[in-house]
Design a protein around this ligand. Structure first.
Ligand code: MN
Length: 287
């Protein structure tokens, strides 16, 4: 199963036209999770759990909730590569999932025993997690920046005619992390870059972003998260250049249109890159 795990991800994307990471299966398996806010044709949140070298993924139209009364419809989608974990940016028009992607929450997850022990769910193995996934009733604990506590993902058995059989419910379990009402719109900022969705969608070197680049970063404690942020910063400048070059060179048709587009985008990209260098190395004199 896992050798095939990223085939659908691969098939749906043109990697000369999207900044998304390639379909690479990881050999090491961790237990990170990510929630990405995705302003595509319809706004939704992508909920992803790292398991067996991929990110198991669900698209959650209303997003996760810390209120146990909310049962959030979650469409199971194709496994994503683990490197998608810190993907934030814009998927260009005419690509699968075109729109802006924000890293809305990150952290670690732990599968929980299917059966409570003394009324409490306790940590269990990946083997049991795989069995629970197969059965369509996965219990787990999140330790994130925004989402914490025990949750369940429960598969809905073909109730509606025309259902693709990929519908689950994401439900907060009762614990000390539950809240009475949860307004997800209140949290419109990236946990990686502190940017709003509009800032991600617009000029990434916007004045607003530059004025508070350290807002979300000073609080980072976990080393793996600090690594992810560092990697994000370093990758970004290179990716921008690469995508621009690929767009200019990669398309067989519409060459004129493409080069006009990248010529238009160039000054912005160069300016943003200079700003990023300044942020990474404050001693560097501005260009
Ligand atoms: Mn999505």
């Amino acid at each position: 199963m896992s050798a095939m795990a990223l085939e659908e991800y691969q098939r749906k994307r043109r990697f000369d036209a999207t900044p998304e990471p390639p379909a690479k299966l990881e050999t090491k398996s961790g237990h990170r999770f990510v929630v990405q806010k995705h302003r595509a044709t319809r706004l939704h949140y992508d909920f992803r759990l790292e398991l067996d070298g991929v990110l198991k993924s669900w698209a959650v139209p209303k997003g996760p909730s810390l209120d146990p009364a909310d049962k959030r419809l979650s469409m199971e989608v194709e496994d994503h590569p683990v490197s998608y974990f810190d993907f934030e940016g814009n998927i260009p028009a005419d690509n699968y999932g075109a729109g802006s992607v924000m890293v809305w929450d990150v952290g670690t997850w732990q599968p929980l025993s299917a059966v409570p022990v003394d009324g409490k769910y306790v940590a269990t193995t990946d083997d049991e997690a795989r069995a629970m996934l197969k059965k369509g009733d996965l219990k787990f604990r999140l330790k994130g920046k925004r989402l914490n506590g025990d949750f369940a993902l429960i598969k809905i058995r073909g109730r509606r005619p025309g259902s693709k059989g990929n519908e689950w419910l994401l439900i907060k379990k009762h614990d000390e992390h539950e809240v009475d009402e949860y307004d997800i719109d209140h949290y419109d900022s990236s946990v990686l870059t502190n940017r709003s969705m509009d800032e991600i969608a617009g000029d990434e070197g916007s004045a607003e972003w530059r004025s508070r680049p350290s807002g979300g970063r000073g609080k980072v404690k976990a080393p793996w998260l600090a690594d992810a942020i560092k990697k994000f910063d370093q990758k970004k400048a290179a990716e921008k250049k690469a995508v621009g070059a690929e767009q200019a060179a990669g398309k067989k048709t519409g060459a004129k249109k493409t080069s006009a587009k990248s010529a238009k985008a160039k000054p912005t990209d160069i300016r943003a890159t200079a700003e990023e260098k300044k942020t990474l190395n404050p001693r560097r004199k501005s260009a």
